[in-house]
Design a protein around this ligand. Structure first.
Ligand code: GCU
Length: 433
């Protein structure tokens, strides 16, 4: 490639360049903490606990018409459907009636996978029909020897197998931070030894994760003639990914050696948001692990700390229902908040993680959401988080149906997160070793 040869800078240009560099330096120095992420809306993100300000959370146990919810039946028959409707209409978008039919086929089996420890099944889901059908791969590992059907950890992930860990260039092209992903995958040998199966489903097989996402994937299969994007209350990408996780669960109900009544859904970050929404929608998931799920996942939206509705809507509008736009700058008007997304998973257990250096995802906001989901768990006869003060770093809180672990480090699924998650899962899914 021929590049124009570098010309020496004129004196005037050099002064302009120096001024520009100085301006950038001053602007950078003026930013709150040096780690503060850039703002995407002109509104700087707050990383100062003393500036969070007061907020009032909606009460999950008060119906929209103001009547209190005193019993499990009113929760299940009235309040829960109300909250689901709010999430469908305003936040994640509902599944359209034209959602494609899905069929699964086993494409390959391998008896001695993972050094002989597992039987691997590669299943392919066909969403829709004909040339436009979307193919989704799931790799399922079950222990080579198990006394009976095993519980499965279904991981909606950035990859569907470890062989697919991407290069930095691929991460960059897909708008993913390169450091975040390699530890995302779980410790498969450990899971198998503990008596779990492990299934991996790659999210971008289902719906692309780019600005132009609407034009392709499963969403495009569901358009009415002439439609080019989902209606404002129809599914954004998070709803599509979550719905597809339910379709993967459909396959698991037919897979030999799997106990589909004990499937834990796992997702990290944007996929942690997805896992919480999928678990809220799909009572067949027995447990949800949402790692560093942050804004519009496990962190309270009304708490003005780190990423806010404004940022996420500006940067990732395709993740959500078009209606979410209404709440930019008005997050206190949201009909729901993260504690209710967590509570919609009740009575099934939910495990959340946060990282000391993942301030953008608001660790304290995630903890407080888990605390505020407690009344719904208690109403359904389950034990809540058991603490109301943020636990010290690296101190698992896993005595109830809500679990929380605050790892030392950034926005990752750390090896310790996996260990604590497996201890939590053991208590609830009771694998036979
Ligand atoms: C961005 C986004 C977060 C999200 C994360 C991820 O950082 O702002 O809300 O959780 O991507 O999915 O990695």
């Amino acid at each position: 490639m021929n590049l124009p040869s570098a010309r020496p800078l004129s004196r005037r240009n050099s002064v302009a360049l120096l001024l520009a560099i100085a301006c950038v330096a001053v602007l950078q120095a003026a930013e709150a903490p040096p780690s503060a992420a850039p703002t995407y809306t002109g509104r700087p993100r707050n990383f100062d606990e003393s500036k969070v300000g007061p907020y009032t959370l909606p009460d999950p146990l008060v119906l929209d018409d103001g009547r209190p919810v005193h019993d499990a039946e009113t929760w299940l028959k009235q309040r829960r459907p109300e909250l689901i409707r709010h999430y469908e209409n305003e936040i994640f978008g509902r599944v359209p009636a034209r959602a494609p039919k899905v069929s699964w086929a086993v494409a390959e089996t391998e008896a001695g996978a993972l050094g002989g420890k597992a039987r691997r099944t590669r299943a392919v889901g066909t969403f829709g029909e004909g040339d436009r059908a979307v193919k989704v791969t799931m790799n399922l590992y079950v222990p080579a020897e198990a006394p009976g059907p095993v519980p499965v950890i279904l991981h909606l992930s950035f990859f569907s197998d470890s062989a697919q860990l991407p290069t930095d260039a691929e991460n960059e092209a897909a708008n993913r931070p390169s450091w975040a992903r390699p530890t995302e995958l779980g410790p498969a040998p450990e899971m198998l030894a503990r008596g779990y199966g492990y299934a991996l489903l790659r999210y971008t097989d289902i719906q692309p994760d780019v600005f132009t996402s609407n034009a392709a994937g499963v969403q495009a299969l569901a358009y009415a003639p002439g439609q080019i994007k989902p209606a404002p209350d129809e599914w954004g990408a998070i709803s599509v990914w979550g719905w597809a996780a339910s379709r993967a669960l459909d396959f698991l109900t037919t897979a030999p050696g799997v106990d589909a009544s004990r499937v834990a859904l796992v997702g990290f970050s944007r996929l942690g948001k997805t896992a919480l929404w999928a678990g809220a929608h799909e009572p067949r998931f027995a447990l949800v692990f949402a790692a560093c799920a942050g804004e519009m996942g496990s962190a309270l939206s009304r708490r003005d700390f780190g990423e806010m509705v404004d940022d996420i809507q500006a940067r990732f509008p395709w993740w959500f229902a078009g209606n979410l736009k209404k709440y930019v700058g008005h997050w206190n008007d949201l009909p729901v908040d993260a504690h209710e997304l967590i509570a919609l998973n009740a009575p099934h257990p939910v495990f959340l993680t946060a990282g000391t250096k993942d301030l953008g995802a608001d660790p304290r906001g995630m903890f407080l959401a888990a605390v505020a989901a407690g009344p719904v768990y208690r109403l359904l006869g389950k034990k809540d988080l058991g603490v109301t003060q943020m636990p010290p770093v690296e101190t698992p809180v896993i005595t109830g149906s809500l679990g929380f672990y605050f790892h030392a480090g950034p926005h990752v699924v750390s090896p310790e997160d996996w260990k604590v998650f497996l201890a939590f899962a053991d208590l609830h899914l009771k694998p036979a070793r």
